[in-house]
Design a protein around this ligand. Structure first.
Ligand SMILES: C[S@@+](CC[C@H](N)C(=O)[O-])C[C@H]1O[C@@H](n2cnc3c(N)ncnc32)[C@H](O)[C@@H]1O
Length: 482
């Protein structure tokens, strides 16, 4: 444990300006803001060839030890303290021995309301935006832990220990930490990278943090700390990650799910019905229903045309049908799903137009025709990535009527609450760049929704869970009023 780590445990109250002075002193003297308890332990114990499996950063310690009874002045100091750490490159998504990011610790402690939590979410958004640019322009990332001179921290630590009279011994929490770390080594990975029904949605900043912390550019994420505690899900050719491989994979409809036949990836699950209802309602929310009734659907202006991308189990499409749209477009790419749609008569419905193929191709054709515009567009696919969704926004703005509504299944980062919040902000920023304002309605996700009637977890028959958040953020995006 270094003095920086000690400082982050707020040993003395009140938390005063002195903390800021000390923090600046350590950081200006070269201690990285990402310096982990594990690295300090290894250095002090002369362990050189073992890469730590976990990363307990100063930010983790802050989130673990921030007092519950902060005064307003103390609160301001803590905020400044964290701002400085972020300025010096503190990471928001490293995971500690409990597989928790700093944000996860605050959530567990019931401290989401602290400005500190919001600062972590904002740091996540910034990291994603910066990394997107870095990737776009193929820029090189300078690694801040390269060339770290631990001896200097040792000296600093020693000097400071002498100054404040404490000993230079490692405290017991460090050794606990390292023990637990070894336990983790033998365990199976605990959590999967967040995804939106397949598709490695976030990953970039997390991967980057794993990579930069590992000191070697070329190392794969898995190599950096052995198995990372946030597992990067599947290989890039897995059906859940890769559209070509997904479209080539046999699917199976079970009683309450659509899964990939061999790997049991959940493509769609019946528990999402309530969420689909929100989506179906949103698609019609820009429609003037009174006028529609008056006109009995005969007048051109009161025609309602909606588009759903991704049929899956047809849950949302049945809900859309019950609202009697004038035209109901469905875009679906998978041959097994298209066969099921044929069998169930979707191709024969008078008001349904099935676009058989990937939306990337089908919407391009529709846009070129220039004669179809939608009151509502819903997006819920599988094995796609956040960047695919960004591409979709080009079509959304081209195909949506001025009063139209765009919504989507919001599972972005939903297998870790803090990342879900990061993506909520990120997607709003991205939609704003297209002139769309996105509002999120919040719905509690009842725990029992995840159990079937035999009290078994609904995830038992599928390979992995893609949901672990207590609240669903239902997105409704409309063109901004200028
Ligand atoms: C999660 S399911 C949709 C579930 C649907 N919302 C419901 O209520 O049942 C995803 C669907 O999107 C389809 N899909 C995946 N990628 C696609 C793409 N690029 N274009 C069109 N459909 C796609 C999948 O084959 C699958 O049927």
């Amino acid at each position: 444990m270094s003095d920086l780590h000690d400082l982050c445990k707020f040993p003395q109250r009140p938390i005063s300006e002195e903390y800021i002075a000390n923090l600046n002193h350590y950081l200006r003297n070269g201690i990285p803001a990402t310096y982990t308890v594990e690295e300090a332990y290894n250095y002090i114990n002369g362990i050189e060839d073992v890469e730590p499996l976990t990363t307990t950063t100063p930010l983790h310690l802050i989130c673990t030890h921030v007092p519950l009874d902060l005064s307003e002045d103390e609160q301001n100091i803590v905020n400044q303290f964290v701002d400085i750490l972020f300025e010096y490159g503190a990471g928001w998504s490293f995971t500690d021995v409990n597989n928790e990011t700093p944000g996860c610790i605050l959530i567990r402690r019931g401290l989401k309301q602290l400005p500190l939590y919001q600062k972590i979410v904002d740091a996540g958004v910034r990291a994603e935006l910066v990394l997107r640019k870095v990737t776009e322009f193929d820029m090189e990332v300078i690694e801040d832990t390269d060339g770290v001179k631990h001896e200097e921290f040792g000296e600093l630590e020693y000097n400071n220990s002498n100054n404040n009279g404490s000993s230079n011994n490692i405290d017991s929490s460090t050794s606990d930490c390292v023990c637990e770390k070894n336990d983790v080594k033998n365990e199976e990975p605990i959590i999967k990278v967040e995804q939106q029904k397949g598709g490695d949605i976030l990953a970039d900043s997390i991967k980057e943090e794993f990579e930069t912390n590992g000191n070697e550019d070329e190392k794969a994420v898995d190599d950096v700390y052995g198995k990372p505690s946030i597992e990067v899900d599947d290989d890039i050719n897995a059906p859940s990650q890769n559209q070509v491989s997904y479209l080539d994979t046999k699917l199976e409809y079970t009683e309450d799910a659509l899964v990939t036949k061999d790997r049991r990836d959940g493509v769609m699950m019946a528990w999402e019905s309530d969420i689909m209802q929100l989506g179906a309602d949103a698609l019609f929310s820009g429609v003037d229903n009174e006028k529609r009734e008056e006109d009995s659907g005969k007048v051109q202006d009161s025609e309602v045309t909606v588009l759903n991308i991704g049929f899956g189990m047809g849950i949302i499409d049945r809900m859309i049908q019950s609202k009697n749209p004038t035209k109901h477009y469905i875009c679906e790419a998978h041959p097994d799903v298209l066969n099921k749609m044929k069998k169930d008569g979707w191709f024969d419905k008078a008001n349904v137009v099935v676009l058989s193929g990937r939306w990337q191709d089908e919407l391009d054709k529709l846009l070129s025709l220039g004669n179809t515009f939608f009151d509502g567009i819903y997006y819920d696919t599988f094995s796609e990535h956040y960047l695919d969704m960004l591409e979709l926004f080009d079509y959304v703005v081209g195909l949506l009527k001025p009063n139209g509504v765009f919504s989507f299944f919001n599972g972005l980062g939903a297998d870790r609450e803090v990342i879900y919040e990061v993506y909520k902000k990120l997607v709003s920023i991205d939609l704003e760049n297209y002139g769309l304002q996105c509002e999120f309605q919040e719905f509690p996700v009842p725990k029992d929704l995840f159990m079937n009637n035999e009290d078994k977890s609904i995830w038992d028959d599928v390979k992995r869970s893609y949901w672990s958040c207590p609240t669903y953020y239902h997105p409704v995006a409309k063109f901004m009023d200028f």
